[in-house]
Design a protein around this ligand. Structure first.
Ligand SMILES: C[S@@+](CC[C@H](N)C(=O)[O-])C[C@H]1O[C@@H](n2cnc3c(N)ncnc32)[C@H](O)[C@@H]1O
Length: 367
């Protein structure tokens, strides 16, 4: 059959956009349904109400919905502009979903028990936390085993999907346009064999951001570090089918002491790390990002929105550390990361916000 017989609608962007919006709406409903069901179940089982300190009113719910709509529109627009292919918008680890979703329910009573008994450093037998920074030895978000087990790594992405109602990938993707734009202008040294540009993701977790970066810039050589060997293993699995000049190089390391020589990378990134660090560790990671970035290179951070940018979200920001175990979040939402980036030596720091996230785009000046 010739192309002229294909109905226009099937090829049209309008249909793809509608499919994307429907896909995201499905994730939103799913996240909402999971949270509603799980809190009802736990209240029934434990006869104990676990309420948000600031219950969300109708106006707040509308604000949230309109910010999600704007985030998804920005996501679509960047795909339209060719920052990443449109099929990347539909990427989902369905195998993980079917395999690990039941475990989320099985794990719930353990999470609930730890949360109500305020047990924040509670790990399965056999897990060794020796040698890790004290601030890291936590059940962040009341997660079973914190970041210390394969089971935790397998469930992490599903937990984040539910928490953010499916907006985690659209929020992470907002680092891609500034990154791609800057890297397209990076000069290649004259007279040398062309080398692929190199990018390091600090605290790469299960590899989500590296995967998105690869979809947008398959020619960039990817590196990632994380303190969790289990999360590094999961990231290796997630990135196994990456295109790229080399397989992603993932190393277990502390972001405060990066195992790379000075000025090795054209770009460094970090997503959703800084709210889980105490203040001095935040500065140390930024200093290290500066050290390993080439002059003229770029550092892009994505993390939670802060108080000064979204006073309307303050009730949500108050609920977050109260409902989830996030010991450094309160300090983080009032912290001045622009000042920290400038202290390290970065210049031209720009910030912007999308839904519940904030972005810092910083350039290392050429001396
Ligand atoms: C909230 S998760 C974010 C993971 C990933 N970047 C993402 O977007 O999903 C925080 C990650 O930071 C890692 N982490 C925390 N402190 C770290 C440190 N000092 N150095 C390296 N990784 C760290 C944890 O192991 C975990 O994988």
């Amino acid at each position: 059959m010739s192309d002229s017989f294909t109905p226009n609608l099937l090829n049209s962007d309008a249909l793809t956009k509608f499919a994307y919006q429907t896909f995201q709406q499905g994730k939103q409903y799913f996240g909402f349904a999971h949270k509603t069901l799980s809190s009802r179940l736990l209240n029934a089982l434990f006869d104990h109400k676990r309420e948000e300190p600031n219950p969300l009113n109708q106006a707040m719910l509308q604000t949230i919905q309109s910010k999600i709509d704007r985030l998804l529109e920005a996501d679509w627009q960047d795909a339209e502009a060719g920052v990443y292919p449109k099929q990347a918008l539909f990427d989902n680890r369905w195998d993980d979903f079917f395999r690990y979703y039941p475990e989320l329910w099985i794990d719930l009573p353990k999470i609930w028990a730890r949360a109500t008994q305020k047990r924040y450093q509670d790990f399965s037998a056999g897990i060794s936390t020796a040698g890790y920074p004290d601030y890291y030895v936590q059940n962040f978000h009341h997660q079973t085993d914190g970041y210390f087990s394969d089971a935790s790594a397998n469930m992490y992405d599903l937990q984040v999907e539910v928490l953010f109602n499916g907006t985690a990938a659209p929020m992470r993707r907002r680092i891609l346009a500034p990154l791609k734009q800057h890297l397209s202008q990076m000069p290649v040294a004259i007279g040398t064999t062309p080398q692929p540009l190199k990018l390091l993701d600090i605290a790469c977790g299960t590899g989500n951001s590296l995967k998105l970066i690869n979809q947008a810039m398959p020619d960039v050589a990817l590196y990632g570090i994380d303190l969790s060997p289990a999360y590094i293993r999961k990231a290796n699995d997630n990135l196994a089918n990456n295109q790229g000049p080399i397989p992603a190089q993932l190393i277990q390391a502390n972001g405060e002491e990066l195992p790379f020589v000075n000025e090795f990378f054209e770009a460094t990134t970090s997503t959703f790390l800084f709210h889980e660090l105490p203040a001095d560790a935040r500065q140390n990671v930024i200093n290290e990002a500066f050290r390993v970035t080439k002059p003229g290179g770029i550092f892009v951070i994505c993390d939670s929105v802060q108080k000064m940018d979204a006073p309307e979200f303050e009730p949500l920001m108050e609920n977050f550390p109260a409902m989830f175990h996030e010991p450094y979040y309160r300090h983080y939402i009032a912290d001045d990361l622009v000042a920290r980036l400038e202290t390290a030596g970065f210049k031209d720091v720009a910030t912007h916000n999308h839904f519940m996230s904030k972005y810092w785009v910083a350039i290392k000046p050429v001396a």
